[in-house]
Design a protein around this ligand. Sequence first.
Ligand code: SF4
Length: 688
Amino acid sequence: MNTASDKQTGIFPSVCSLDCPDQCALLIHKEAGRIVKIEGDPAHPVTQGAICNKVRNMTKRIYDPNRLRYPLKRIGKKGENLFERISWEEAIDTITLNWKQLIAEYGPDRILPYSFYGNMGRIGTEGMDRRFFNRLGASRLLYTICEAAGTEGYRFTMGGSFGTDPEDTIHAKLIIMWGINAVSTNMHQVVLAEKARKNGAKIVVIDVHKNQTGRWADWFIPILPGTDTALALGMMHILFAENRVDEAFLQQYTVGYEELRQHVRQYDPRTVSGITGVPVDDIYRLARMYGEASPSFIRIGNGPQHHDNGGMCVRTIACLPALTGQWLKKGGGAIKGNGAYLEHDASALQRPDLRITSTRFINMNLLGSALLELEPPVRSLYVYNSNPAVVAPHANKVRLGLAREDLFTVVHDLFLTETAKYADIILPATSSLENTDFYRSYWHHYVQIQQPVIEPYEESKSNVDVFRLLAQAMGFEEQVFQDTEEEMIRQALNNPSNPYLDGITYEALLEKQFVKAKVKPLFPGKLRTPSGKIELYSKAMESEGYPPLPTYTPLSEDEDLPFLFIPAPNHNFLNSTFAHNEKHVRMEKAPKLHMNAADASSLGVTNGDYVRVWNQRGECELLVSAGEDVLPGVVVSQGLWADTSGNKSLVNALTPDRVADMGGGATFFSGRVQVEKIDSRRVNEKKR
Ligand code: SF4
């Protein structure tokens, strides 16, 4: 393997590290040791050289003068943003001395690691860090903030995150994008759908907001938030009633289809229309379209699962392809996530055997409660690959917790994020282009490798290097803390229990840069469900206290306020990543609130007015965009904005920290708010 210093000038292969299903292959152009351009690698069979704006402009982020250059220690109050430079030696000594005292006095479970997939490199996110915290005996984080509810729901139906090969979706004749703004968050699925469209496919988008993806559709179906389960059940009602189901497939590859046939009789189109806001005629049209088109493909997005009823919702939508036998058609079926095809050996990477004491689990969606209410209390927080002060639900509660003077907080990041402002010690992180790691998409079927393209920026270090230093300072002598990145990648990929990974080796990745898993169609075949079949009726769910058949449950009670609030992603940020980068902020212009024109009129607001959006959890001030892009009673914001302008744009101040029906998932989209007009001049003055 060449080092970054060998790569002064030329074009070098790379991979996008962001938490995005597309996981594009990249080419990094360097001159005199510096990156001058980032483009897509046309050789990658799925991403084919096309990349999004976020990463095309990534060079600015890599060399952003605001990047952290050296470790810092706090010299002011928590959140006051006063720090001074220290050496790495002092930083590591301070952290480990504090932890040794904490462990001696209270035990290791008072230390909580908090991370997510700000960088999707597996050894950086699930490698040396997990080894370290396992050996330390720290509290264990449940990684639930993104896809937990839907993954669990899909697993009950399909036995794991196994879906359609996206490359095959060019053969589909009907593509339903369900609760996904794919133009902004899965752009290559859009490219593949366009190919299908040229061959006659129709594209239907079902969403609560007519965003870029809704505008691109042949038919956009607006739906009330949290009611997608009912729409899917209404489709099933019509498919069974009009004999549009594939009886042979149901008999051979599913369990519970007779029970389902009876069960969905209650979900007649009139009832479903009353729940979903979708007109009766449209429910018939959609179901008939789905019953006739073949192959038909459903891309299940992250939206529907971020509700109180999100797990059941995904479980229900996942039943649809079975009804019409789509899994036997090339390009038919569904994708919620495809991560199970590329499962590496997580135990070899994370080494749970290093943990000698049992410990508690803490759901990351409940970080605010964990910091403020948990007994025995968390006394130290180590944050990396995430920015919980912005991305976690009920953000004001999280910030109150972070502000505890007795909480010893370490943040390892590229920038002085909102979370870092509450830290006692801040450590500068390398970008993915400075690291060695391997990447596996959760949508397409390719594993890729990243070799360092540039030297670490100033004094920054990778997660792997920092945890090695921490392990050494804690006196951990196990060999696993000496493993090189290459050794860790080899350990992870050596996973005979996953035949799809066969042939994906370190050498193959070095030679080819990206290697496809040995996928084959799911059927004929056996799923990893208890029955080996698609479980339309799930005894496993029944034994865990869920309805065994797909069932619509309304959202939980929130505050008695008139609007359901959906804080969706925008086009130019990825969660809070890029929210600090001037160019991306300029492209997004301002944090907006999309609302129905009738609601705007009844509140006396028009486009360009500022409104106060509030509930008991917090408040925001957003710019009104009124029209017909959302149904009455629904308001949508886009993007997780940084608190840099002095404006109140922290949308997670409004989101609930209840957990979803399955997997401890997040319920970002199940909160209610009030909206009222405010004096726009006041907001503009504040901005100045
Ligand atoms: S964010 Fe997604 S679309 Fe953009 S370059 Fe990365 S993987 Fe590709």
